[in-house]
Design a protein around this ligand. Structure first.
Ligand code: GLA
Length: 706
């Protein structure tokens, strides 16, 4: 957990999976205004935002940089998110002259800016004056100065200082035409702080939620081990205890509290910016599958979503170039976290990722362009590379920017420039379009958190399950929308809702209504186990979903010793992680287990309703072919036509709007590939009419329109 203080986006995803951390989706998401980042940023003529993260406080000369940026088609920079000490060198004395100077030069080259509020990196003078701004670890020790994201977000001195710098920035730039928006803080999500202020804040949150201690005691089942609370100050944080265990109900609420508190911190800044400088768009740079924060809740406070995409960091199991679905899933989750509104990538990997202590993979330069097009294909209306130039200083000397420290116009610069030229040709075609899907993948922040709290089973990974179903749908050439418990499901024919471990009555009802209305629902193992308080159901599993699925689970096997297999249509597939032994009631059996004392019992079922269908997959088959075969049947049944056959390493994604469909074909491999799209299209990048099949040279991008 402590590492979350300092590490970058994708690293944090992995850590949050490994360690018990936070999530939630309670408050209904506001419906999106329908406005797109294009509109929100107020971009002239709907130009696609194409940028770099730029640090004029440490690099330059700005005029040379701006010239090179302009030549590469760059029209956007994000700046200042770590420049607090430069903007406020001493308490209450603000200096924006250096930033004004940089903006002037950049603007003169047609480049506009989003400015980051710098709360992620409080200055040394501030933390020296108020040492208790530093967050406290669970053993009661405060972190020492250094690194970043090292603050307690409930500390009044810190909050006052944040209000001060944000107010000063808003006042100074409220009428600046070259500043088109704000990024609040940088990658919110940690650290957990265990000081008395955060303890009091959690106790207050519980009081607001439950109203009475009786309600808390009841909801959390504190009768267990006699943990009954008789006064609010007795309620602890989930800090260090003997054996490191805590009441799972308390922990789930802590996750919700932390997510809410992060949102409150963001809203405090957003309110200042909106009041003083209305008309500039507000965003935050998020982290895809990172789950300390329920983005679907946080993002109701933004004008549009932005996120940081680093596909080549190999410690995130689904984010290498062999596995581009990982980045695709993260894009779609980010889009879904604000009701499918188009988004932007605020940090798009622009070179080899490396910190003091780790490295990612180097990619062929061409691949950086394919990744950037993937973002656009999945609904990004803007892509901004991290960073313009590799830093000469600090922890990120090995995190490559587009340029290296010597500013030589290298191959990556050439690729960025190529794409910059292409985007001007695409702006008309893409404006007003967005990904459209008939299939949704439902992510439950509560369930994800609850699995972190009780890791339960070796090898269980909630995100891995998402990935398995998602990957299969993408292999079949289909777009996928990621939705959340509060989302409207009416636009979908199929909803896949993996491992709804924690389930509210509202969601159970919503899913039942979806299936009763003719939808196809796919449920998977460990569903309907807990109520919203992370308390076990006393109904036969899968609890509130049992009737809907037409099954009962009287026994299960948490991957004790053996390799398991399931048999579906005469074919054997390996299975792992968990085996729900299904007793079909109204459901029919589609696959059975092949080993152990329950060989022959149902592993996968389908319950046909009057109109809809409910599938239950009681295990985690460990073969892509299983998912392809099951989902191909489900798609057929739902009347959804898959896309053309895609070679491995080739992705297809589409955007639609204004009676126009734009098809993206992306080749992530170093080989020639071909996709039989069935008819001739106009290739918007080359201007040619495509032959059948469409040829894709290594790392090719095709943007096809009629
Ligand atoms: C994150 C941060 C950036 C930078 C990159 C690379 O995404 O937002 O400031 O640290 O990681 O490490």
């Amino acid at each position: 957990m402590r590492l979350r203080l300092v590490l970058p986006a994708t690293f944090l995803i992995t850590l949050s999976i490994l360690s018990p951390v936070v999530i939630a989706a309670r408050a209904p998401a506001q419906n999106s205004s329908g406005a797109k980042p294009f509109d929100l940023i107020g971009w002239n003529g709907g130009q696609i935002v194409y940028g770099v993260d730029y640090y004029p406080e440490a690099e330059g000369p700005v005029d040379k940089d701006a010239g090179m940026m302009q030549a590469a088609g760059i029209n956007f920079v994000r700046m200042a998110e770590f420049a607090w000490a430069k903007m406020e060198p001493t308490e209450g004395h603000y200096d924006f002259a250096w930033l004004d100077g940089a903006l002037k030069v950049l603007n003169a080259h047609g480049i506009k800016a989003v400015l980051g509020t710098p709360s992620a990196s409080p200055p040394a003078w501030l933390m020296a004056k108020y040492p208790d701004i530093a967050a406290m670890d669970e053993n009661g020790v405060r972190y020492r100065y250094g690194s970043r994201r090292n603050y307690c977000m409930n500390n009044p001195h810190f909050l006052a200082a944040v209000r001060g710098i944000v107010t000063a920035m808003a006042e100074h730039y409220k009428n600046h035409p070259g500043v088109i928006g704000w990024q609040i803080d940088n990658e919110l999500g940690g650290p957990d702080c265990y000081d008395s202020l955060c303890l009091a804040a959690f106790q207050k949150w519980c009081r607001t939620k439950y109203g009475s201690l009786d309600a808390v005691n009841k909801a959390w089942g504190t009768v267990f081990w006699g943990h009954t609370y008789s006064a609010w100050p007795q309620i602890p944080l989930p800090w260090n205890t003997l054996y490191g265990v805590h009441n799972p109900s308390l922990e789930l609420d802590y996750h919700r509290y932390f997510s809410d508190a992060s949102r409150d911190f963001l809203v405090m800044q957003a309110d200042i910016l909106r009041r003083i400088a209305p008309g500039k768009a507000i965003t935050h740079n998020e982290m895809g599958l990172f789950d300390n924060i329920d983005y679907s809740h946080l993002n109701t406070a933004l004008d549009f979503v932005a996120w940081d995409n680093y596909p080549m960091i190999d410690f995130s199991s689904h984010a290498t170039y062999e596995n581009y679905e990982g980045a695709g899933l993260a894009h779609d989750l980010m889009r879904g976290s604000r009701s499918q509104q188009n988004f932007m990538v605020m940090e798009q990997e622009g070179g080899l990722p490396g910190w003091n202590t780790f490295w990612g993979h180097q990619a062929p330069p061409e691949l950086y362009r394919v990744w950037a097009y993937q973002a656009i294909a999945h609904g990004a209306d803007g892509v901004c590379y991290f960073r313009w130039r590799t830093s000469r200083y600090g922890t990120e000397q090995y995190w490559q920017g587009v340029l290296d420290q010597d500013s030589y116009p290298n191959a990556r610069y050439g690729i960025v420039k190529q794409m910059g030229g292409e985007l001007t040709r695409l702006k008309q075609i893409l404006q007003g379009t967005r990904p459209v899907s008939q299939v949704a993948l439902l992510v439950s922040p509560d369930a994800r958190w609850a699995f972190h709290i009780q890791t339960l089973v070796k090898g269980f990974d909630y995100n891995e399950q998402l990935h398995r179903y998602y990957g299969s749908l993408r292999r079949q050439g289909l777009n996928v929308d990621v939705v959340f418990p509060q989302s409207d499901l009416s636009a979908y024919k199929i909803v896949i809702a993996p491992s709804l471990f924690v389930l509210t009555p509202e969601l159970a009802q919503k899913l039942a209504a979806f299936a009763a209305g003719g939808g196809t629902l796919v449920l998977t193992y460990r569903s309907g186990v807990k109520d919203e308080h992370n308390v076990f159901t006393d109904e036969t599993l899968p609890g509130p979903l049992a009737r809907l699925a037409g099954i009962a689970i009287h026994d299960y096997d948490p991957q004790t010793s053996q390799d398991q297999e399931i048999v579906m249509n005469g074919r054997h597939y390996p299975a792992k992680v968990w085996f729900d032994i299904l007793t079909p009631g109204t459901a029919e059996t589609l696959a059975t287990y092949d080993k152990e004392y329950y060989a022959g019992s149902a592993a996968v079922t389908r319950n046909q309703l009057d109109k809809g269908n409910v599938y239950y997959v009681g295990t985690e088959p460990d073969a892509p072919e299983f998912y392809d075969s099951l989902l191909a049947g489900i798609l057929r049944g739902a009347g959804i036509t898959p896309g053309p056959p895609l070679p491995e390493g080739v992705e297809m994604a589409t955007r639609e709007g204004d009676a126009r469909k734009v098809i993206f074909l992306l080749n992530y491999t170093a080989s020639n590939q071909a996709v039989p799209v069935g008819e001739a299209y106009h290739d918007a990048l080359s201007g040619a009419v495509t032959a059948e099949p469409v040829e894709l040279p290594p790392y090719a991008v095709r943007v096809l329109v009629k």
